[in-house]
Design a protein around this ligand. Structure first.
Ligand SMILES: *Cc1c(COP(=O)(O)O)cnc(C)c1O
Length: 412
């Protein structure tokens, strides 16, 4: 059956999440399909940033660390993120970047299995995860190797030599979602420690880290959590491991008593040891607004709408752009799908530039992937219709052939 724009508008009419759209600043004339890379600005964020700058910083000065509990921000926002990802209280903290947290979690995981020398990851994992694993192996200098395997071979690759398994739950290129419970079980059966990168999961898909018995997790603050450019990331450590975990970066804020200014490092009890140095207060304040918004949205409604939007996007591209050579690489099966739809096309870069010039903002991932993030809090079904109609026009008119769309920018 042909899907019409009226069908899409009708779905928007009974959308339980429709009221969330107004809670964000969205420029007119833009259909934003990149909330998986940089979440849009929550309407409440600028006022909060102004408050932190002018009132907290401007008038309380150094006293704000206590008076406005700046010192408690990493824990406080971490507790809120824990609720979003199904993690127990006291297990999650906001600190550093995702890349740095990959390093911290992976090093801590390897230290829990000192007699083993293999790290397992997925061949197409996000490069920072792979690079950090390679750099850590070189730094340790004890012969650790990185075993990179295809999705379907992950469980089979986890044998008695494997110390740690480092995986991204939702793939950044294709949007395919791995079975967190099954892989974690397989890893534990083989005696390995698991680290899940939730960069494309937190705030987008239901997560239950406690139920899956996950050892470590890390995730991004500026994607679906809408914390703003360069927002700090989060680190989760299972409570059963916390007291045994040795963090590789032992800074003063991970110390049991930072203001004792003791000359010897003693790790703080619990997840506080996941901190290294002084938190980025302004960024954390912005992140808290985004996380509060995410917590307001019922998880089942978010997942249902996300699947509806991604399914609609893929269906409409097949219906409207079937002749133009797009290959959908996002799994059709719902349990294997995150919150984005991706297509391969040899002209992918130029097509995405032509779309962006028309206000349809997705992104491009080398070598040939067009990526469309579907953020349920802001995107309407009718927007998906309009985006695909513009894609069709770009293809029909060969608009992507214009020379200006072939210029490669630093950020794609
Ligand atoms: C976006 C992303 C990151 C980002 O890491 P940064 O340190 O914030 O640059 C890491 N891992 C994955 C899987 C990502 O998608």
């Amino acid at each position: 059956m042909t899907i019409t724009r009226e069908d899409c508008a009708a779905r928007d009419h009974c959308d339980r999440l429709a009221m969330f759209r107004d809670r964000f600043v969205l420029p007119p004339g833009v259909i934003y399909l990149d909330g998986n890379s940089l979440g849009p600005l929550p309407r409440a964020t600028p006022a909060r940033l102004l408050e932190v700058a002018e009132i907290e910083w401007g008038t309380a000065l150094i006293r704000a660390w206590n008076r406005h509990d700046w010192i408690g921000l990493p824990r406080r926002v971490g507790e809120k993120i824990a609720r979003l990802i199904g993690a127990p209280p006291g297990s999650t903290i906001v600190a550093d970047s995702t890349s740095v947290n990959v390093f911290k979690a992976l090093a801590a995981a390897l230290a829990l299995r000192p007699e083993r020398r293999v790290m397992v990851s997925e061949a197409g994992n996000f490069p920072t995860d792979l690079y950090v694993a390679q750099g850590l192996a070189a730094l340790l200098g004890r012969g650790h190797t990185l075993r990179r395997v295809e999705d379907d071979d992950i469980a089979a690759a986890i044998d008695a030599d494997v110390a740690a398994v480092l995986l991204t739950h939702v793939d950044y290129r294709s949007g395919r979602m791995l079975d967190m419970a099954a892989i974690t079980r397989a890893a534990h059966a083989a005696g390995a420690v698991v680290i899940w990168d939730l960069a494309h999961s937190a705030g987008a898909v239901p997560l239950d880290l406690a139920k899956c018995d996950v050892d470590f997790a890390i995730g991004c603050g500026y994607k679906y959590l809408n914390g703003g450019p360069g927002a700090p990331a989060f680190l989760h450590v299972a409570p059963r491991l916390l007291d045994a975990v040795a963090m590789p970066l032992t800074g003063w804020l991970g110390h049991a008593d930072p203001f004792a200014f003791d000359g010897d490092f003693r790790a703080a009890p619990g997840i506080a040891r996941g901190q290294v140095g002084t938190p980025a207060v302004l960024s954390l304040a912005a992140l808290e607004v985004g996380v509060d918004l995410a917590l307001e949205a019922p998880e089942d409604a978010v997942r249902a709408k996300s699947l509806a939007l991604t399914g609609l996007f893929a269906g409409l591209v097949a219906q409207e752009c079937g002749d133009f050579g797009f290959e959908c690489i996002t799994p059709a099966e719902e349990v294997r799908r995150g919150s984005q739809v991706s297509f391969r096309h040899p002209e992918g870069y130029a097509i995405m530039q032509a779309l962006i010039a028309r206000g349809v903002i997705g992104d491009f991932r080398a070598p040939d992937v067009l990526r469309f993030g579907c953020t349920p809090l802001t995107l309407r079904h009718a927007d998906v219709w309009d985006a695909v109609a513009i894609l069709r026009e770009v293809m029909q008119m060969h608009a992507y052939r214009a020379p200006e769309f072939r210029v490669r920018h630093a950020v794609t």
